[in-house]
Design a protein around this ligand. Structure first.
Ligand code: AMP
Ligand code: GLY
Length: 424
């Protein structure tokens, strides 16, 4: 198969990395890719979706994979399908699960899926009224896509009202905040569960845990994710059964009945409170950095699974995971992340001499580019993810940090406690 991967981050690199070693894969293209994906395939610079579909047709691409949410919410899947192309991802209608928090919350309510108590509204009066019934802290969310910044955990009722007011007036997030969701705060631990779906059937991947806060001990501002690991022992078989029965099945059945069958990755952001899972949010794609760990846990062809999912044949795919194997990923970020841009800095990686580390780790490159001399530069944001594998979380984590120690660039920073909840 020739495969086109849309996106430019560590998630897309990781998918490419898995496909590079997949016997079903011939050639990989990235649109646009980054300064390191050209080691795995060819970067192309087309960004218009119709032009990209034309490229896919002309180059006989067998399967297109979409990393980030924005193209999915914009309807890239519909555009490719109109051209008779095979693409793995939800339709524009189904991508509203991530594109609109109001749509998502309404689905959850309609299908009886457990989630935090909430209202959706454009009226500040209604916000004030509902907030009276809640305990502090209070969660305020902008409806639309805000690049992961549209959620505010307000410590007081006053702060919540101010945050909602700024969203509704368009001050904080423009049109994305014209509607808001106000919800009760859930106090528990978070999990990321991924289901690969083909419109009828689904496969659940090993449960992961992300680390959204910038600093150790889950302190500091929210980020896109500073590290993740999978499978997490916090997701007991009993809990996963509940996720499947109370969340995945009713969601997929409900969407199908509403004529929005779901194809693609359903990323379920969960809060677990007293052994009960509640949906915080749905995303319509792989998580980043969760994907970087998941991609190296497969013991079967990822390309075959995704192709069969894209064509409604997931039942026929053999999906296996490496036994007794864990992956831990540590994000190395730039100096000013997540507040602002950072100066480009050359990345230097020591030669890895330990066979053991060579065989059980890899780097997923994200915010990198190449200069004219071909030197790899950290260009800001989350620069790369050091992923370690092992027969225990501790072993995998030690390897991830050993690898992280071999990577150098000015301003490099990372959390030192990835997987802490599993190692307590
Ligand atoms: P989201 O963008 O919806 O994933 O929210 C970002 C983060 O805010 C989540 O990962 C949680 O840590 C937190 N969060 C969102 N909703 C709630 C809630 N109802 N209760 C507690 N924390 C929440
Ligand atoms: N790691 C969280 C996300 O991709 O949204």
């Amino acid at each position: 198969m020739d495969i086109l991967i849309v996106g430019s981050g560590g998630r897309e690199y990781a998918i490419g990395y898995a496909l590079k070693n997949d016997p079903n894969v011939n050639k990989i293209y990235f649109a646009p890719g980054n300064g390191a994906t050209d080691k795995l395939g060819e970067n192309i610079t087309i960004s218009d979706y119709k032009e990209l579909a034309k490229f896919a047709k002309e180059n006989k691409i067998d399967l297109t994979l979409v990393g980030p949410e924005a193209p999915l919410v914009d309807g890239i899947v519909d555009i490719f399908k109109e051209e008779g192309l095979i693409i793995f991802g939800p339709s524009k209608a189904a991508a509203q699960l991530e594109g609109s928090k109001v749509f998502m919350k309404n689905c959850l309510q309609k299908y009886g899926v457990p989630t935090a108590r909430y209202i959706e509204t454009s009226s500040l009066e209604e916000v004030k009224e509902f907030i009276k019934s809640l305990k502090e802290p209070i969660v305020v969310k902008a409806d639309g896509l805000c690049a992961g910044k549209g959620v505010i955990i307000a410590k007081t009722k006053e702060e919540a009202i101010n945050a909602a007011s700024d969203m509704l007036s368009g001050k904080s997030f423009g049109d994305a905040g014209k509607k808001v969701v106000i919800e009760e705060y859930l106090d528990g631990f978070e999990l990321s569960v991924f289901a690969v779906c083909d419109g009828k059937d689904y496969v659940i991947l090993p449960a992961a845990q992300d680390h959204k806060r910038l600093l150790d001990n889950d302190e500091g501002p929210n980020t896109g994710g500073m590290g993740a690991y999978a499978p997490t022992p916090l997701a007991t078989p009993d809990l996963l059964k509940k996720v499947e029965e109370k969340i995945i099945k009713p969601t997929l059945n409900g969407l199908a009945q509403d004529n929005i069958p779901y194809t693609g990755v359903l990323f379920i952001g969960l809060m677990v409170v007293d052994d009960e899972p509640y949906v915080l949010e749905y995303n319509v794609r792989f998580g980043d950095p969760e994907c970087e760990e998941l991609m190296v846990l497969f013991d079967s062809s990822v390309a075959d699974m995704l192709y069969k999912a894209a064509t409604g044949n997931l039942k026929k795919a053999e999906v296996k995971f490496k036994e007794n194997t864990y992956a831990v990923g540590v994000v190395l970020a730039s100096k000013n992340y997540p507040y602002g841009k950072s100066e480009p800095a050359e990345i230097i990686i020591d030669e890895i001499v330990h066979e053991d580390l060579k065989e059980n780790s890899y780097i997923a490159y994200a915010g990198v580019s190449k200069d004219e001399e071909g030197k790899l530069l950290a260009t800001g944001g989350r620069v790369l993810v050091c992923v370690g594998l092992g027969n225990s979380i501790k072993e995998a984590r030690d390897r991830a940090y050993m690898l992280a120690g071999q990577v150098h660039f000015a301003g490099k920073k990372c959390r030192m406690d990835i997987a802490h909840q599993a190692l307590k």
